[in-house]
Design a protein around this ligand. Structure first.
Ligand code: ADP
Length: 187
């Protein structure tokens, strides 16, 4: 089963994605984590992505589709993947669809974690105090929210047209939201 988690920065995709991966026994793949790790290790991918990420912009579609292809070529991805924030533009959605189709697969569900901008801003402020991520500073946060609004949110209609979108109200306790996720997946 292939599942995409969508939602603005700070919506809780990472937390719920980890729980879901555990309960379904599937690997979770987050492009944000992979890119941050590449930056930390100073790999060619990291060197390419660093400035773009720190400013809060989106990394190029071809780079993202390349890492998606690599990930899906791994044996542990054969039964499905929980994709956490991996598709953020229409060209990425189209590319992902092609890659999955070639494997006889499709995105079985797209979970949209719905949270207000106000809630996002206060969550990211708290996270910044704890994690000190370079891209949680106020200017980069504003750029990320803008990138989300302009480039990622059009995907909601794209996936809705393909009948795979499920909306999860994402304010509440971790357990409450996890229960909504299970319900949305019919489990
Ligand atoms: P957030 O969900 O708060 O944006 P992530 O950790 O998921 O944080 O992503 C951090 C950064 O990594 C993004 O701001 C962007 O620069 C880059 N990134 C991650 N996934 C993608 C993607 N699918 N397309 C383009 N850029 C991405």
């Amino acid at each position: 089963m292939d599942i995409l988690l969508m939602g603005p920065p700070g919506a809780g995709k990472g937390t719920q994605g980890a729980l879901l991966a555990e309960s379904l026994g599937l690997p979770k793949f987050a492009t944000g984590d992979l890119l941050r790790d590449a930056v930390k290790r100073g790999t060619p991918l990291g060197l390419q992505a660093r400035a773009v990420m720190e400013a809060g912009h989106l990394v190029g579609d071809e780079i993202i589709l390349g890492v998606v292809r690599d990930e899906l070529a791994k044996p542990e991805a054969a039964k499905g993947v929980i994709f956490d924030g991996v598709v953020r533009t229409i060209p990425q959605a189209e590319g992902m669809e092609r890659i999955l189709t070639d494997k006889g697969r499709a995105m079985d569900a797209v979970l949209f974690f719905d949270v207000t901008d106000q809630e996002i801003l206060s969550r990211l402020e708290r996270r910044r105090a704890v994690e000190q991520r370079a891209d949680d500073d106020p200017a980069a946060v504003a750029t990320r929210l803008e990138a989300y609004r302009d480039q990622t949110s059009p995907l909601l209609a794209w996936y809705e047209a393909r009948k795979s979108l499920r909306r999860i109200p994402a304010v509440g306790t971790v357990a409450e939201i996890a229960a909504r996720v299970r319900q949305a997946l019919g489990r």
